[in-house]
Design a protein around this ligand. Sequence first.
Ligand SMILES: *Cc1c(COP(=O)(O)O)cnc(C)c1O
Length: 397
Amino acid sequence: MTDFTATRAMFDLPEGVIYLDGNSLGPLPRAVSARVARTITDEWGQMVITGWNRAGWMDLPTRVGDRVGRLIGAPAGSVIMGDTLSIKVYQALASALELRAGRSVILSDTGNFPSDLYMADGLCRTLGPDYQLKTMAPEAVEDAIDDTIAVLMITEVDYRTGRKHDMARLIAKAHAHGALVVWDLAHSAGAIPVDVTAADADFAVGCSYKYLNSGPGGPAFIYVAPRLADKVRPALSGWLGHEAPFAFDLDYRPGAGIERMRVGTPPILQLVALDAALDVWDRVDMNDLRARSLELQQIFIDSVAQRCPELVLASPTEGAARGSQVSFHHAEGYAIIQALIAEGVIGDFRAPDILRFGFTPLYLTPEDVARAADILCAIMHNRTWDRPEFKTRAKVT
Ligand SMILES: *Cc1c(COP(=O)(O)O)cnc(C)c1O
């Protein structure tokens, strides 16, 4: 059994805060500060450029990628870290499209994160007028898979509602129609059990600063199925994905397997932060995490339904159909979230009217969650949110 008291002790949580936003930016694991400080002083400070070899910096994207891979069912050598998720979405899509020459439709759904859709649209425009991004309602996407689709691009867990797609089922249908699938695991990796191997995924991407706690701007990951890794041509053909970067050849030759998905110089300080942050997962069984997450979500849902039903559940009622977050609709969602943050409970708001709460068993207890629901419902009863200072929108919501 996973000891969640022990995992909680591994985080440096701000005093007096109940943090229900680890789905957007994970909190600071205690081990990170000292590790990053050591990398700065002992490695960068003392080794300077020799750190690339002596401190193993150049191997970090694959070494850390393997650790992330273990959380998503990917074998060693099939995941690499780097860039941001938007870039990795583009890279995976471009590679997948090229493997389906003769087809030109990317299929996605309207519940996808806008950046994924924007990147797909931008890629289609670059490739020319034949290429097209088609988006369907999330419930209609499965029926829209046919022999015209080149690539299905799906975010497993909806960033707004927490609704979870059936990954294995969509992949099976896409493959039966000759399409490839790019999975975005932004709200899955570290949140729910994932097995890209069992589901027969082609490509998967995700970020590390949400449930994996690498800190703001932490690198993204990309998985390419080993059966495809030596076949794909990386559209972002940067020098570090070259077979021999330090030969400085004028012609690009892709590196072996997942190595070719590197682009440029890796962000070493953020990779070290992620490496330290990943230690917590050595103690976690994903099935325990899932069970505990559903338990925490249910406490919150029941309490809100009982005491402030004016908040309308936006997430599926069935736990199995959700990721690790719960959302509600309310027209004054923005102000309510601001009032909540002022009282030490951090959730977030997603336009147009979603109040969103992430449940991360690594550092949240049932008592925290019950207390957060108490505070939320008190704000609703007392209309504490109805003040001008809670209605001014900040740049980041
Ligand atoms: C968080 C998130 C992103 C963010 O992309 P970045 O390039 O890291 O800013 C993209 N897609 C999805 C589905 C996300 O949840």
